[in-house]
Design a binder for this molecule. Structure first.
Ligand SMILES: [Cu+2]
Length: 504
């Protein structure tokens, strides 16, 4: 009888534990969803990053960028931040195709950083990757000739093991390329008026109002914030004075993937992606952007109305636990406030620019890339290892797949690529133009085609990596050098104290 009583007690305890666990499970499951839909008070005018001043010096357009510490008001008092030429983010650099540019980067921080020109076609020595260290009090002045289509590029630190922290602190800015041959005059193009940067970054704050970069529970992707800042402004509104407004969206977040649309589900025209305008405008109501990706959209407004740019829940293609990486979240981003009378703007032309297509037959090399477990092809980043060496002017096809249950992307330095196939089929319109970063849902194979033109340097690598910054820092990155035809990869000379990546 005693045994029976003991068994009964054990049974009750087990039942209780199960109930508690199930309850905790349900709570945890539900707690992983953030929604700020209709809950953001849009009370602050959207900050527009100033255009960086530049000067001509012996035929070069010269910019100055200084990385510095400051504080910024995100609605949590004065939050310590980093910025370029200011407290947070940086000015918009702007140059025209054909110009030789030089950027004097000065580091006024108390630690080493780097500045990478994301999306730029340029010599490896100017790329600003993890080998181009700018120590405290030091400066670095890369120069290159801008030669690619009109596009919305950006710049940010790329210090191995520290990129997430540096970008999260506020080091990022836009680099716009102008090129009459690949622009469309009918699209809104007055900076800050009807052509507006929208740098979207989620942030989290601790009790003291400091930026909190601790990863979420089971997130596996690093920090996911519950507060959205646009160009550093929390709760932003934009006064719209024209019938149409072009938004240059940059996902400048560390980990969060957004599926942008409007709260009223209005349609808009997607006109450009990472590396330039599309060949034709794509009428849609959603555009998904993973960290590092850009999209240019044109929104049509009626006098006096308001529209809210929102990020919707989405299928990240990573299985049932997408909610732990932000896939179930709804975030209100930016309110557009149309004036009572709007200056007319032409309709968006359906045909935009010619995009020369890279052909499968031109490719001389195929390479497989499997992203899994913070590694690419089972290898983690090593500062002195060269993974492969394309020849200058050669065309290659990269076959890329995300083979684990987490969100990953692939960003390739130096080139803009085209998507040949997605799971064997032609890519959807939003992947039909020039790209430098692509989101990889699980187990979907992409074929990317690219040409390594102009620049060869056997001793200085370009990076390829996942642009979820936590993954990149954890080693989900590799290096290639471009060699002259028939050439061999050289030896990477890297300061020894950083030879094995992360330093703390
Ligand atoms: Cu990743």
């Amino acid at each position: 009888m005693r045994l029976r009583r003991v068994l009964a007690v054990i049974g009750v305890v087990v039942l209780l534990l199960c109930t508690v666990c199930a309850g905790a499970g349900v709570w945890l499951w539900n707690s992983q969803v953030i929604s700020t839909a209709d809950e953001v008070d849009f009370t602050r005018p959207l900050a527009v990053p100033p255009l960086a001043p530049s000067r001509m010096e012996s035929g070069r357009r010269v910019f100055d960028l200084k990385a510095q510490a400051g504080t910024h008001d995100f609605g949590h008092g004065q939050t310590p931040t980093w910025g370029f030429n200011g407290d947070v983010l940086g000015p918009t650099l702007r140059a025209t195709r054909g110009e030789q540019v030089q950027v004097n980067v000065t580091n006024a921080l108390d630690q080493t950083t780097t500045v990478h020109w994301h999306g730029m076609h340029l010599p490896a020595a100017a790329d600003g990757g993890p080998h181009h260290l700018v120590g405290p009090g030091k400066s670095w002045s890369p120069t290159w000739k801008v030669d690619q289509p009109a596009a919305t590029l950006w710049y940010h630190p790329h210090l191995h093991g520290e990129t997430a922290k540096h970008v999260y602190r506020g080091l990022a800015g836009l680099f716009l390329i102008d090129d009459p041959a690949t622009s469309v005059d009918a699209l809104p193009h007055e900076y800050g008026v009807d052509d507006v940067p929208v740098i979207v970054q989620d942030r989290k704050f601790d009790g003291g109002g400091r930026l909190d970069d601790t990863p979420g529970f089971m997130s596996g992707v690093g920090v996911l914030g519950d507060t959205v800042a646009v160009n550093g402004t929390v709760g932003p509104y934009l006064d719209v004075t024209t019938e149409r407004v072009r938004l240059r969206l940059l996902n400048g977040s560390n980990a969060r993937v957004y599926d942008f649309g409007f709260a009223d589900d209005r349609r808009f025209a997607l006109v450009g992606t990472d590396g330039g305008l599309l060949s034709s405008a794509y009428d849609t109501d959603r555009i998904m952007l993973s960290p590092g990706e850009r999209a240019e959209i044109v929104v049509t407004m009626k006098p006096g109305e308001r529209a809210v740019l929102r990020s919707y829940p989405q299928d990240l293609g990573t299985g049932p636990f997408g909610r732990f990486t932000g896939g179930a979240d709804t975030l209100d981003v930016l309110q557009l406030r149309a004036a009572g009378t709007l200056a007319p703007r032409p309709a968006v032309p359906s045909k935009l620019v010619e995009i020369p297509r890279l052909a499968r037959a031109d490719a001389v090399q195929q390479r497989p890339f499997r992203l899994s477990g913070h590694a690419i092809n089972s290898k983690q980043m090593e500062m002195t290892r060269i993974d492969f060496a394309p020849e200058r002017d050669s065309v290659e096809i990269w076959k890329v797949v995300n083979n684990d249950g987490e969100p990953h992307s692939l960003h390739v330095h130096d080139v803009q690529f085209q998507v040949l196939t997605r799971d064997g089929a032609a890519p959807p319109p939003q992947l039909s133009g020039w790209k430098d970063t692509i989101y990889l849902p699980g187990d979907v194979t992409f074929e990317l085609i690219m040409r390594f033109s102009d620049f060869a340097d056997p001793n200085t690598p370009y990076m390829f990596h996942c642009h979820v910054l936590f993954h990149e820092d954890a080693g989900m990155m590799g290096q290639f050098v471009v060699v002259p035809p028939g050439g061999k990869p050289g030896v990477i000379d890297h300061p020894s104290h950083l030879a094995h990546g992360g330093h703390h």
